[in-house]
Design a protein around this ligand. Structure first.
Ligand SMILES: [Zn+2]
Length: 382
């Protein structure tokens, strides 16, 4: 790689902490009969030594994503989060709100309208500026945060929700690194960035979504000398004990990747030998990198089921594995269904009881590391 300039602080000192090699654009799903090869791009994470922001190095891909279905878990968390903010007395009745959402969908505006907030026209100031997984999609992190803080009225609030870097490290979620996601926030780095814009974190809530999601509330520093509350201090203390600013800690994600990929490969080889059918579920953007690291093709995993009609008839990029509709679940009576999105587990178990009725089981791919065997050859692509 050449010199990288931090997307937030413009610093140039930092470390390449995770290198997943050449990967296809995860948002590009070719037709199932498209023989490829699909274009690939480097997929690397860099940790800034100055501001501590973990970030995507380069991204030459163009997002071209078929709209996915919004997981029930995401909708439920939005309701939970808005309820907590309201209960804390942070939503001014009749206040104006604006939202920076994720391109993958999900909006809180309806929930906030139920609490008496009114959407503000584009570009105008708001009493509540909400960013729900939006900021991570901005290549220019400095400019994007500046845009958001500039819209907060005097005395107003900035609400930032993000999948925390502490959770990524704690749970070995190396697979969170993907094209189009430019930043991976620790509460530590984010509070420092907010401070550089004259904002202070005041309170926060944690959620189980994605294995660890944080909603942080920040205000512009005024004359008042208010400090972050216990919830923020706890997150900062957890960051410190994990070492989210230590490049050696983040580099360990590579071993998580190897273990998980090896586990997936070994599991699938074992099931094939035992003549037990396996199918995937959830054509998630994170699936291709895992499958490629594991060297898995359709001979080992014949298909991945996805509920989104827009994805059916396509295949996972960088692999020959087709995406099929949910009817395939009943038809193939799999012994196990590998779930590529852990948050979907309660939802899919309820939606497809036929899997377990026929003796099959749901398995989260993140859990497959335990099947890794050091004695078997591994199909790692790198
Ligand atoms: Zn930086």
């Amino acid at each position: 790689m050449g010199d990288h300039t931090c997307r937030a602080c413009r610093g140039q000192a930092g470390h390449l902490v995770l290198d997943l090699g050449e990967q296809p654009a995860c948002d590009y799903f070719p037709r199932a009969n498209d023989p490829g090869p699909d274009a690939t791009y480097p997929l690397q994470m860099w940790l800034c030594s100055s501001c501590g922001l973990a970030q995507l190095v380069a991204d030459s891909t163009v997002p071209e994503e078929p709209k996915g279905t919004e997981p029930v878990a995401l909708i439920a968390q939005a309701g939970d989060a808005v309820g907590k903010v309201a209960t804390a007395g942070l939503l001014p009745e009749g206040g104006r709100v604006t939202e920076y959402g994720s391109p993958h969908g999900g909006s809180w505006l309806g929930l906030l309208a139920d609490r008496g907030l009114m959407p503000t026209p584009e570009g105008e100031p708001a009493d509540v500026v909400l960013d729900c997984f939006g900021l991570m999609h901005a290549p220019d992190q400095h400019g994007a945060l500046l845009e958001r803080v500039n819209r907060v009225t005097k005395g107003g609030l900035l609400l930032l929700q993000y999948h925390s870097l502490a959770a990524i490290v704690r749970r070995g979620q190396w697979n969170s690194l993907r094209h189009g996601h430019y930043a991976y926030y620790s509460t530590t780095a984010l509070t420092d960035l907010l401070a550089s814009h004259g904002f202070s974190a005041r309170t926060a809530w944690q959620f189980d979504l994605y294995g660890g999601t944080v909603l942080l509330v920040a205000r512009r520093d005024g004359n008042s000398n208010s400090q972050p509350d216990h919830s923020v201090r706890l997150l900062l203390a957890e960051d410190a004990s994990i070492g989210v600013r230590d490049p050696r800690v983040l580099t360990d994600l590579t071993s998580s990747a190897r273990t998980q990929a090896r586990g997936l490969y070994d599991y699938l080889v074992g099931e094939r030998s035992a003549r037990r059918a396996v199918i995937g579920y959830g054509a998630a953007s994170r699936a291709p990198a895992l499958l490629r690291w594991a060297g898995v093709d359709r001979a080992l995993l014949p298909a991945v089921v996805d509920a989104s009609p827009a994805k059916q008839g396509l295949r996972l990029p960088g692999t020959d594995i087709p995406i099929v509709g949910p009817a395939h679940l009943a038809a193939s009576t799999p012994a196990s269904v590998l779930l590529f999105l852990a948050d979907l587990l309660p939802e899919v178990r309820a939606a497809f009881p036929e899997v377990e009725r026929a003796g099959g089981r749901w398995l989260e791919v993140e859990e497959l590391g335990r099947y890794a065997s050091s004695s078997l050859p591994c199909g790692l692509a790198y």
